[in-house]
Design a protein around this ligand. Structure first.
Ligand SMILES: Nc1nc2c(ncn2[C@@H]2O[C@H](COP(=O)(O)OP(=O)(O)OP(=O)(O)O)[C@@H](O)[C@H]2O)c(=O)[nH]1
Ligand SMILES: [Mg+2]
Length: 392
């Protein structure tokens, strides 16, 4: 699973990335700080089943802290856009290629309106974030349209001569973008025109509809720590799925926690100060962050990640085990794995995720909670603990 960070330049994408992945990357208050993409790991936070079963777990690829399971996903931070990027303005929009594989996008917006359309600092409240929302989505659609329209006449001819179906040709063309053919078929359903009749606007409109179902977007309404953001957040929420956040606040808390100054877990609504020898500046920064948490409930960063994975992409968490009594793998690691699976996945899908052999030799699965045997078609539920039994 991969999530891409998208947005106008200088709105806080790299700050969000750094706060979410704890990687140190260049952050600066001027346009186009990021040129090469930053790639890192962040985590979805869920309540771990270890609490329910009162066991001390030994996660291998995920992390469990006080009953909170953190499951890794890939996060990609890319360069920023300006209006007219498709015409080559700023860094252009070709770099969007860097986020081709993303399953979904986080659109980081300066909700305080403190950066103008070119990404330069301006008085808070003077830029309209709704305009940013529109132009960034439009630039994305134009980028997608440019990929689709390449060699269009060849595609149109092949369809016309019944060599291949349009959906097949498009699926081949878009194979590097992790867009499934069913989605292409879905979008094409409402299209009456033959490919040979499509003009540029038809391609753009198709690209837009395809983007909407294949690359869902959650808006991170960033810089919510600036007063002017509040009214804009309300406006953004009326228009789209927007979550207030402060990447800067999350980054500060992560750094303070790393240094042992505070105790804080991503997504918490509060933190505890551990270090009693803080400077005035450190105290002031922590006081400001506390006020933010009191007002908004959290920094919003974890909320954005959880929303995109669990609510928008509709993933559930499943815990496979080999030993049903100990809830462990063969080596005795308790609840070693937590897999993110698409809602509607089956026991057989889980087997495939673990190992092809396990799926191919699948006999049955066991729902560990009620000790019931279930078949290959069993639809997994969130928090299921499953043993897969295979013939060898
Ligand atoms: N007040 C406030 N400032 C923020 C926040 N997040 C980021 N910033 C500031 O915004 C500026 C730009 O941050 P970056 O993370 O470099 O922005 P970017 O979107 O990656 O920018 P480019 O890579 O240049 O496109 C920096 O000065 C950050 O400190 C926030 O939540 N609140
Ligand atoms: Mg950046």
């Amino acid at each position: 699973m991969q999530i891409g960070l998208l947005g106008k330049t200088n709105v806080g994408k790299s700050t969000f990335f750094s706060a979410a992945t704890e990687l140190v990357v260049p952050i600066a208050n001027h346009p186009f700080t990021t040129i090469k993409p930053n790639v890192g790991i962040t985590y979805v936070r869920v309540n771990c089943v270890c609490k329910e079963f009162k066991v001390k777990d030994n996660p291998i690829h995920s992390i469990c802290i006080n009953g909170n399971r953190f499951i890794p996903i890939k996060l990609i931070d890319i360069a920023g856009l300006v209006p007219g990027a498709h015409k080559g303005r700023g860094l252009g929009n070709k770099f969007l290629d860097d986020a081709r594989q993303a399953d979904a996008l986080i659109h980081v917006i300066d909700a305080a309106g403190a950066t103008d359309s070119e990404g330069r600092s301006c008085a808070a409240g003077s830029n309209d974030p709704l305009e940013d929302l529109k132009f960034v989505e439009e630039e994305f659609d134009l980028w997608l349209a440019s990929i689709i329209s390449k060699d269009w006449s060849k595609i149109a001819r092949e369809v016309e001569h019944k060599i291949k179906k349009l959906e097949e040709l498009l699926a081949e063309k878009l194979s590097g973008l992790s867009i499934r053919e069913e989605l292409i078929v879905d979008v094409l359903k409402n299209t009456k025109k033959k490919p040979i009749e499509w003009d540029e606007n038809d391609i753009i409109s198709f690209a837009k509809r395809l983007r909407m179902i294949s690359k869902p977007i959650v808006v991170a309404a960033n810089k919510a720590d600036i007063k002017q953001a509040e009214i804009n957040i309300q406006r953004l929420k009326e228009y789209t799925l927007a979550i207030p956040c402060s990447a800067e606040a999350e980054l500060l808390l992560k750094l303070a926690s790393k240094k042992g100054i505070i105790e804080y877990l991503a997504g918490d609504s509060k933190f505890t100060i551990k270090d009693t020898n803080l400077t005035k500046e450190q105290m002031a920064a922590l006081d400001k962050t506390k006020a933010f948490l009191d007002k908004w409930g959290s920094t919003g960063i974890q909320d954005v990640i959880n929303t995109i994975v669990l609510k928008v992409l509709k993933m559930i968490v499943v815990y496979p085990v080999e030993d049903v009594e100990k809830l462990s793998d063969k080596k005795g690691n308790i609840l070693p794995d937590a897999y993110l699976m698409k809602e509607g996945s089956t026991a057989k899908d889980l087997a495939y995720t673990i190992h092809t052999d396990l799926a191919e030799n699948f006999i049955y699965a066991l729902d560990v909670r009620n000790k019931q045997r279930v078949g290959a078609d069993y639809k997994l539920k969130n928090n299921d603990i499953i043993q897969i039994v295979a013939s060898r």
